[in-house]
Ligand binder design. Structure first.
Ligand code: AMP
Length: 943
């Protein structure tokens, strides 16, 4: 046995002393036949980490045997030409090895996966003997087994074929031969073939399986009787999900996992809430009766609710969190990943051992929704990996009313998209609970060993319609004729246990009645639920609750320390050669730090991060090209010109500093923004930023904005301090990259749900970013960031502006204009301010004051009132914007401005200066753009 494994075993308390040789014998036995050792030992051996090329670890003799075999195989693997094949038997031997390989690759196509028996699949030709020139007459001939894990080197063809048939063509369809890594493939071969795809389970395990199925079925029956016709998106037909999740939790716990985050859609959610997370059934009944159970907010339907609890496992207490979920399918998956990554970062769990994501999908949604692909694509990237996700498909073979194969997809399985990341996929017949248990164990072990995604395709059915008020036989007549005849999974399994003498009929009945009376009494039905949960397992959000957006805060920062931090950022390690333009930017920053140059945007933003880190707040920034910044202003990641090695100065401020993470994202918006939402809703202490390459790209993530960012707090009471940076500005670059679609965000503003800001100076972005973390309020922040202002000669600040001051929601007129002379007030946001300023200065006008509204929501009515009241001789008040009239802030914000005006100057109306309403955000021709811009500026002063 490998020394490392032995050592680990001896180190376990229960394996010490004189047991050693007994354990070694057991292990030898296990390696030859996993079913020959008791289940606890099998489970223990299976979980031993993979060492070297052998997984699981193998005995000395097995290693020796393995090499002998390998040598033989290598000899055999030489190209077979007529001349080298000495005999008919040798030719057949080669064909037998090909047959073995075919079963491994395509056995799943002949497996019995559909509990309804409706799948019409042609058995693959290459699983038949005659495909290889073999016949029934060869069945009793002995052949070498190659690397088939059969426990012997030679076997008859009959034995070989039966073993393959049992392993690959029963109720588990295993797809793993597409995995490129041969160690992983071998791991699966060993695990599947050594038990012929079906291990023996103890009476205790079987009884527990039935208990979980009884719970799953019992709850739905109970709800169905008590609240007939009420929507609950029942799990009937897919009850095996409950033992499946139970096993994931217990087994992950025994590996040392401390938190598990689950994402799922509506189907089966109530069942998971009560039977897995231990939600009190009485609370659920209250929800069925329409009672309001959340104090704050407008709430959500019961099958979208999240939940948190702690359960006990063999490895200790595990915190479970079921994410809140909107009805937009699959979008919760990246949210869960973000939440998991945040928890892993909090625990410094780089490998993902301590926090595990479970993502539960529907078959139609997994095949149909693009965000699935995006989320899979994230799974091994630096920014987004979480050590592998356990995906479960509740495959009820129908999408609402859409048929499985003809309409719902073009692929053989709903799971085929997962192959893009080489995830192993296990299709399993949901009516075989032991097979479900087996693939679950395999999936958890794989995830824990290899830290990659794995998929369980739980092939089941949907006993009722899409919901309980829906009649399915109109659209799926044949399927529902079959379902009407189908006995439940629990019934079938209970019968098989009674027949096998594992349980008596009375015991089965007692299980059923126990569960029912627990529900009647409104008792918790999860035995492992921890009544006094260890709160140390999750974050305390109390400091962030109950603050108004006007909460006091102080974003000033000591000037000397600021300069020290700045100088530290500019001290580069020996040998780091930066690119020429980057060098110039750093040189300028040096001057800015010394007070020799006014401060620009890039400097101020960098110092916001540096000062927050200094004050103990972690910072995480992701998005397309964030390391450099789309417009080359940030350069937070320096690339050594000699060897390409990146250096991130903000990670080297001090030994004790919190983490500064910055990653260029994959070219996704939807999954990436959802991920960062999940991250931010789990990490209140950090500044979490997503930046769009161009502001309009956030369009691709609109569902995240609508269903999570702007409404998550009011629906679910989940706070979120996520910051979105959206480059915006009309610079004549055409329809797509001018506008970040400000109107979208403003239209969603209500109940002080988010903050929408348009800062126009470096000091403003600095204080805004600092305010976002220093103020205990946690609200999403949408920032329209500039493009040309990054280098505009007037968009500058001083070191003192950073050290003192705060974010100004309204910036009053900055020129020394006598308020008494002012008859016109122009209000605006963003870059157009500098165009207005330039025009006024050029024309030398003193009758017009220009006021910047830097926070459009929550609208700063009081601050605007203060600014406006300085002008007593106003005759015109204008809102000026670059966006067309149907876009920008005009429609969504004018009522706020009018309210301020009507209180101060009821006789004055509000005028509009901006582009005419337009279907596209901007024109494509530079000359048209310039004409429009000139007109809107003129209107602002004269219209
Ligand atoms: P979780 O770790 O997600 O299960 O959260 C544990 C507990 O922390 C929850 O039950 C909530 O009380 C609280 N909590 C978690 N996330 C948030 C959030 N984003 N806003 C407010 N409270 C939260």
């Amino acid at each position: 046995m490998h020394e490392s494994v032995m050592q680990r075993m001896w180190e376990s308390a229960h394996l010490s002393g004189g047991n050693a040789s007994y354990v070694e014998e057991l292990y030898e036995l296990y390696l030859h036949d996993p079913n020959a050792v008791p289940e606890e030992w099998r489970s223990y051996f299976q979980k031993l980490p993979a060492d070297g090329n052998f997984s699981p670890d193998v005995s000395h003799s097995a290693i020796r045997d393995h090499f002998v075999l390998l040598a033989k195989n290598q000899r055999r693997a030489q190209p077979v030409s007529a001349g080298t094949v000495s005999s008919e038997h040798e030719k057949k031997q080669v064909e037998v090895l090909r047959l073995i390989q075919a079963y491994r690759m395509r056995g799943h196509q002949a497996a019995s996966l559909d509990p309804l028996g409706l799948w019409q699949r042609q058995a693959p030709a290459d699983l038949s003997l005659n495909h290889y020139g073999l016949t029934e007459a060869d069945l009793d001939t002995t052949f070498r087994t190659g690397e088939l894990y059969l426990g012997k080197e030679e076997a008859t063809l009959r034995e070989i074929r039966d073993a393959l048939q049992e392993t690959y063509c029963r109720t588990v369809g295993a797809e793993f031969m597409h995995i490129v890594d041969s160690e992983e493939r071998r791991w699966f071969l060993q695990r599947l073939e050594s038990v012929r795809g079906s291990p023996q389970y103890s009476t205790e395990a079987k009884t527990h399986l039935l208990e979980r199925l009884t719970a799953a079925e019992g709850l739905e029956k109970y709800l169905g009787t008590k609240y007939p016709g009420t929507k609950r998106f029942g799990l009937e037909g897919g009850e095996s999900l409950i033992p499946l999740i139970d096993e994931i939790i217990q087994r992950s716990g025994s590996y040392g996992a401390q938190e598990i985050v689950i994402g799922m859609a509506h189907r089966g959610r109530l069942n998971v809430l009560v039977n897995t997370l231990g939600k009190n059934p009485r609370d659920l009944f209250d929800e069925f009766e329409g009672k309001k159970i959340v104090e704050l907010g407008s709430g959500d339907v019961k099958y979208h609710q999240g939940f948190s609890s702690n359960v006990m496992t063999e490895g200790g207490e595990v915190h479970l969190a079921l994410a809140f979920n909107p009805s937009h399918l699959e979008i919760v998956s990246p949210v869960v990943e973000g939440s998991v990554r945040a928890r892993q970062d909090r625990r410094s769990d780089k490998s993902g051992d301590k926090v595990v994501p479970i993502s539960i999908h529907g078959d139609a949604a997994f095949a149909g929704q693009g965000v699935v692909m995006e989320t899979l694509q994230m799974s091994q990237t630096r920014a987004y990996k979480t050590g592998g996700t356990l995906h479960i498909i509740i495959n009820n073979q129908v999408g609402f009313t859409t048929n499985r194969q003809e309409d719902a997809r073009s692929t053989e399985y709903a799971t085929d998209v997962a192959k893009m990341v080489q995830a192993p996929i296990f299709h399993v017949n949901g009516d075989d609970p032991e097979a479900v248990l087996f693939v679950t164990q395999l999936a958890v072990d794989y995830r824990m060993h290899f830290k990659r995604d794995v998929v369980i395709d739980l092939v089941c059915y949907r006993r009722r319609g899409h919901n309980e008020a829906d009649e399915p036989s109109g659209t799926q007549p044949l399927m529902y004729q079959q379902i009407a005849k189908q006995r439940t999974t629990r019934d079938l399994y209970a019968d098989s246990l009674v027949q096998a003498g594992v349980m008596s009929a009375e015991q089965v009945q007692a299980q059923f009645e126990n569960y029912r009376s627990a529900l009647d009494e409104g008792r918790h039905v999860v035995e492992s639920l921890v009544k006094e949960p260890n709160k140390g397992l999750f974050v305390d959000w109390r400091p962030y609750l109950g603050h108004a957006w006007t909460a006091r805060h102080d974003t000033r920062f000591d000037l000397k320390t600021l300069q020290e931090l700045s100088n530290k950022l500019l001290q580069l390690p020996e040998g780091l050669v930066v690119q020429r333009q980057v060098g110039k930017i750093l040189e300028d920053r040096q001057k800015m730090s010394a007070g020799g140059l006014p401060i620009n945007w890039g400097y101020a933003e960098t110092m916001a991060y540096a000062t927050l880190l200094h004050e103990g707040h972690p910072v995480r920034i992701t998005g397309q090209d964030v390391g450099r910044g789309t417009f080359s202003h940030r350069h937070a990641v320096l690339h050594n010109q000699k060897d390409g090695v990146p250096y991130v100065p903000l990670q080297h401020l001090s030994e004790e500093q919190p983490s500064f993470e910055i990653y260029d994202s994959l070219l996704s918006e939807e999954a990436v923004l959802a991920f960062e939402y999940g991250y931010a809703t789990t990490t209140p202490n950090a500044l979490v930023i997503w930046e769009a390459q161009f502001g309009d790209f956030a369009n691709g993530a609109q569902v995240v904005v609508d269903q999570f960012i702007t409404s998550g707090e009011i629906k679910w009471g989940r706070l979120c301090g996520l910051t979105m940076l959206l480059p915006h500005g009309y610079e004549g670059q055409g329809p797509e990259h001018s506008s970040a679609r400000l109107e979208r965000y403003l239209q969603l503003c209500a109940e002080q749900n988010i903050q929408v800001c348009v800062p126009t100076t470096p000091a403003q972005i600095y204080h805004l970013l600092r305010r976002q973390v220093i103020r205990p309020l946690r609200k999403p922040l949408v920032v329209l960031t500039p493009k040309s202002l990054l280098r505009h000669k007037l968009a500058i600040s001083t070191l003192e502006d950073l050290a003192e001051g705060s974010f100004q929601t309204v910036i009053p007129e900055i020129d020394a204009i006598d308020p008494q002379k002012v008859t016109r007030l122009v209000m605006c946001s963003g870059k157009v301010y500098y165009d207005l300023l330039d025009k006024r200065r050029t024309e030398g006008r003193e009758d017009t004051a220009i006021v910047r509204i830097e926070q459009l929501y929550p609208f700063p009515e009081d601050d605007l009132t203060d600014v406006m009241s300085a002008y007593s001789n106003l005759t015109d008040i204008v809102w000026c914007q670059e966006e067309p009239m149907n876009q920008g802030a005009w429609y969504c914000s004018q009522h706020h401005m009018r309210r301020v005006i009507s209180a101060l100057k009821p006789e004055i109306g509000l005028k509009y200066a901006g582009r005419d309403a337009s279907a596209a955000p901007a024109v494509g021709y530079a000359s048209m753009h310039a004409e429009q811009q000139e007109k809107l500026l003129n209107d602002a002063f004269n219209g």
